[in-house]
Design a protein around this ligand. Structure first.
Ligand code: HEC
Length: 128
């Protein structure tokens, strides 16, 4: 009986422990989801307004000399900070007549806004 009792108690503790763990994981997921969702609208509309002319809605490139950001993913290896700096400075085209002007040609873009565009670009690439 004593053995049974302590077994029962152990089980209960394990159960409580596991359900607590599940709750923590669920909360973390909700948290991560909220962060992604919060980034989406700002970064997306900024991308649509400033970058789509050359890069296209899907990032595949909308004019000659702008390669696809989806099939060429080398750029994604750079850190957020490096990408933000690159976008601020502009990009020389490697294989076409069009180069990317600093901030895509919109000097009003802030570093924070460019950060959210970078977050959106990572989501765009991950989903394609
Ligand atoms: C006037 C056209 C133009 C605009 C507007 C523009 N880009 Fe670009 N972008 C380019 C060109 C050209 C390249 C170089 C592509 C190449 O070498 O094939 C480039 C490269 C890039 C790269 C590197 C991709 C790679 O394949 O190495 C990123 C990231 C990028 N642009 C982001 C942006 C963002 C974000 C915006 C909006 C703020 C933007 N661009 C606006 C023309 C443009």
């Amino acid at each position: 009986m004593v053995v049974n009792d302590s077994l029962c108690c152990d089980r209960q503790m394990i159960c409580t422990f596991i359900s607590g763990g599940v709750l923590v994981v669920a909360l973390l997921l909700v948290d991560a989801y909220t962060v992604v969702r919060a980034e989406m609208p700002a970064g997306k509309s900024l991308y649509e307004n400033n970058c789509v002319v050359c890069h296209g809605h899907d990032g595949e490139g909308a004019m000659p000399g702008v390669r696809s950001m989806i099939s060429n993913r080398l750029w994604t290896k750079q850190s957020d900070q490096e990408l933000v700096a690159m976008i601020i400075n502009g990009v020389e085209s490697t294989d076409g007549p069009v180069s990317m002007p600093p901030k895509g040609g919109n000097p009003a873009l802030t570093e924070e806004q460019i950060h959210s565009i970078v977050n959106y670009l990572r989501i765009l690439v991950d989903n394609n």
